[in-house]
Ligand binder design. Sequence first.
Ligand code: SF4
Ligand code: SF4
Length: 413
Amino acid sequence: MSHLLKNKNLKELAKIYDWVSMCTHCGNCKYGYEYGAATNFAAMLCVQGDKFNFDSYRGSRGKVSLARSLLHNRIGWSDKVAHVLFTCTSCGACQQMCETDIKPWILRMFETLRYEAWKQNVAIPENIKAWSSTIGTLYNPYKEPHENRLDWLPSDVRASLPKKAEYIYFAGCTASYRRKQLARATVSLLQKLKVDFTVVEDEWCCASPLLRTGQYDLAAKFVEHNKALPEKYGASTFITTCSGCYRTLGRDYTMDAPEGYADKYGKMTGVKVLHTTHLLEEMLKKGEIEFTGSFNKKVTYHDPCHLGRHAEVYETPRNVLKAVPGLELVEMYRNRKFSFCCGAGGGVRGGFADYSLETAGKRVKEAEATGAELVTSACPFCYTNLADAIELNKSPLKMEDVVEIIEPIVRRK
Ligand code: SF4
Ligand code: SF4
């Protein structure tokens, strides 16, 4: 089929034309429903559609139409096309709602469209261009010096960590440069739990922002670099508190082509990837952890898209929170696979800060409606956007990561 396509320049998009063809244009991806559920659920899930409210923006159907139209030369690249592509947060809600064979490929299709946009060099948001221009030498998207990456780690703790260990705590760029207290809390937690771990100075960005914004070629050297770290440090497992790192290390680095990117670079094998909440849940189940205090607050949990819909980890963080003495967990209306994105992903926080914070503000209002005093999540990137929106909207809510709730009141039995 792809030989019939008129636009011969879109080689990567043409490769996935068979997937693009699978869309029946049914429109399920434009809204969230629970079919046949005991209690009916219906809500807007697409943050992009909620903001721009035009068919191209809403769910995956519009992007499929763009892909087909570009491939058949019915439309050309323009600022508007790029705006549609880069204001999607890659939250995965449309993928969740789709019931046809294109379902597994929807997010990959978005990334491929963005990949082609870079090739055409049309209307890439200036702020995305800005961090992309230095990430190849600084190894982080925050334009911070690489040599400062471990500044969050107290020097005495750094000196006490082994050179080789079973686990590598992969802090990620956001915790390393912007949420240092979360990185410190994670290290303190791992020490309290007597985990054999280390932190490595040659950690680079996991490449999530590159992959999600379609910069596959630049991402390749990051993947090749990071996947060599376990062997170098004698580790069997990456552990991360960042949902974006978890999704990227655990899925993008390890999936088979063509679903993953092993057609672009080598696949990581023989290495386990855990989110911190996985470790906590496992140790709780085995009775290896005891609480030394309580957390007497009403709390609501925000599902990070990269841990939730992208990796289908919904219950693990909730099981951990439910085990905390005194903590009352209440749910927002949109939760688990029907969660509403914080608005930061897919390069949107970097590319369109106002729209990103407006989305986070909507999520904060939803959290307030539960009557919770505190909103928690399991991702430093969600933390940053929600905490900023809490401040911007003068919300009475507090924000803490699951690790920050647990760390002060836990010890290994
Ligand atoms: S990934 Fe999320 S923001 Fe993007 S189109 Fe799908 S539902 Fe909308
Ligand atoms: S992407 Fe899936 S849900 Fe959306 S219109 Fe196409 S087939 Fe329907």
